[in-house]
Design a protein around this ligand. Sequence first.
Ligand SMILES: [Zn+2]
Length: 145
Amino acid sequence: MNDCIFCKIINRDVPCHTLYEDDRVIAILDHRPVRPGHALILPRQHIEYFCDLPDDLAAHIVLTGNRLARKMMETLDPKPLCAGHVVHGFIPHVHYHVIPQYDWNDIASGQYARAENGKVIFEAEMIPVANDEEQHRLAQKLCLF
Ligand SMILES: [Zn+2]
């Protein structure tokens, strides 16, 4: 049994707002966006770490991310910065973030962090789930089809 949330999204067992898909990747809106339009690119194959990707698939993910970043620049105009790319994550299925950055802290967002007993704790659940109508509107703007 595969409990991976991203595999469930890829298999359409969990709904999402799709921005792009082909036979190797799918690009979706993050349901807990650092900023509206925050997107994730997922390989269809369950691979835990970016460094374990075959080189051609890693390149395809980065190039898809760059296409999406250009679309963000055109439609969302994240000033004074740009659409940033990040590889990190709490879920062991490669997910490549493309985030419209309006502030220096939008990539390493403090929204993920809280202090507890002198430690900084990072949790995606700290960021609210996005409004579904707003996500739908953003998906239409950022769609690469
Ligand atoms: Zn998976």
